[in-house]
Design a protein around this ligand. Structure first.
Ligand code: 5AD
Ligand code: SF4
Length: 436
């Protein structure tokens, strides 16, 4: 028998790409590939790319530049570009870089085996269709190998919201939900393989409609799986937080008290220009309702500063919203022009104005994050232990609120959720001791 071929996948961007990279690795596993984390050993390298902000294509070209040396050493090395840059600019990439053998868009991963065979025989392969056949239906059941305690599971893809700044509706297409029975089956397989926590993924996951009772219905069905201890979901649009989902946050014990709910801006004028279809006030009301259901819920968000037309007053409205909500965690970005989106036509703000606003916003968010972390000291929280720490005897896990937590513990804790009393707060993690 010949030695297995080796596959190196480099993943950029969001958690959906992390999930897709796993699935691509599994698909190519059936073609005789095993994963490697050393690109220099690989027979095939896949770059799973992200297109959400600027310089995405340039990043791909500079990575390809670095890979040239490997292809010089091993002329049989095959190089593929996957993900959203492949979807948006795949043909251009293939034309510009002779190194690229294969271009595959996010909806076509199930076609990788045939594409792989084509490139092995010396051809080039490109597929950026939005095929009728759902890739998840055609992808094989997940492999049975033992898994890490926490797993992602994509349940929904694409977006119909068309925020004026965002490429997702163009690169990932319109909203598609996987049927609940398939999701439940995959969840059961993951749990059988040792998974204790599942994070449901979708570009607009709370618009999920693969279950007759929406995402809340899916969560309640997942909660019936015995070995599954924790359920999370991301990313949500405020307008799709329905009553049932809010109630689930209060009533479903397995649904963790953490919610990533992007608001982008606190200025109604900018929210309108962004085509967000909600106001600052409606967002704040929503936060009140969710916190009424689950008072200790940790909120996280995304912010864009410097959207075209944003004045100092608009920016201050965002700062006010942040002061009102108190986020435990957040991601913030300078507005980045995406060709083909409506906002790209508008005059841009100067770079120094954006940089200054981003710095002020991040200072405030960091202060809030530290305060939330310091408030955890003295509390006892559930921690799912995921891996050994770098110091002997130390284990690392995630709290119910998604904080990284370090504690001295035997490695029998791995894969279990145990109570931990928090005794110290660092900038990016908490320290604790096992209780009982
Ligand atoms: N510029 C800056 N940030 C963006 N995001 C999406 N598109 C852009 C853009 N053109 C951010 C939003 C979104 C997150 C995933 O990325 O905040 O919620
Ligand atoms: Fe992009 Fe999210 Fe808006 Fe959809 S809801 S267009 S994914 S920012």
């Amino acid at each position: 028998m010949s030695a297995p071929r080796k596959l190196f996948v480099k993943t950029y961007g969001c958690q959906m790409n992390v999930y897709d990279s796993e699935r691509m690795t599994e698909v190519l596993g059936s073609e005789g590939y095993v994963a490697t984390d050393r690109p220099e050993d690989a027979d095939m390298i896949l770059l799973n790319t992200c297109h959400i902000r600027e310089k995405a294509a340039e990043k791909v070209y500079s990575e390809l530049g670095r890979l040239r040396a490997l292809k010089d050493i091993n002329p049989d090395l095959k190089i593929g570009v996957a993900g959203c840059v492949a979807q948006a600019e795949g043909e251009e990439i293939m034309r510009r870089s002779s190194l690229v053998d294969l271009v595959v868009g996010p909806q076509s991963y199930h076609r990788l085996p045939a594409m792989e065979r084509a490139v092995r025989s010396g051809a080039k392969a490109l597929d950026t269709d939005f095929p009728e056949d759902d890739k998840f239906d055609t992808l094989k059941a997940r492999t049975k190998m033992k898994r890490a305690p926490s797993a992602f599971l994509t349940v929904q893809e694409g977006c119909d919201k068309f925020c004026a700044f965002c490429v997702v509706p163009y690169t990932r297409g319109s909203e598609v939900s996987r049927p609940a029975d398939r999701v439940l089956r995959e969840a059961e397989e993951l749990v059988d393989a040792g998974v204790a926590e599942i994070t449901l993924l979708g570009q607009n996951v709370n618009a999920y409609h693969g279950h007759d009772k929406g995402l809340a219905g899916l969560i309640w069905d997942l909660a019936k799986i015995d070995g599954l201890k924790r359920i999370r979901f991301t990313t949500s649009h405020p307008n799709d937080m329905d009553d049932a989902l809010i109630a689930a946050h209060g009533e479903c014990e397995k649904l963790m008290p953490y919610l990533h709910l992007p608001v982008q801006s606190g200025s109604d004028r900018i929210l309108k220009a962004m085509n967000r279809k909600h106001t600052a006030e409606s967002y704040l009301n929503l936060v009140d309702r969710i916190r009424a259901a689950r008072p200790d819920l940790m909120l996280s968000s995304d912010f864009i500063v410097g959207f075209p037309g944003e004045t100092e007053e608009d920016f201050e409205a965002t700062m006010d919203l942040i002061r009102t909500v108190e986020f435990g965690q957040a991601y913030s970005f300078k507005y980045s022009t995406r060709p083909g989106t409506p906002a790209a036509e508008k005059p841009q703000l100067p770079e120094d104005v954006m940089a200054d606003r981003l710095a002020r916003l991040q200072t405030l968010l960091t202060q809030q994050q530290h305060k939330v972390q310091e408030d955890m000291v003295g509390r006892t929280v559930g921690v799912l232990f995921e891996k050994p720490g770098r110091i002997a005897g130390q284990m690392i896990g995630k709290s119910d609120y998604l904080h990284a937590v370090y504690a001295d513990a035997p490695n029998t804790v791995l894969g279990r959720v145990l109570p931990v009393r928090i005794i110290a707060a660092g900038p990016n993690s908490l320290g604790g001791v096992l209780v009982g």
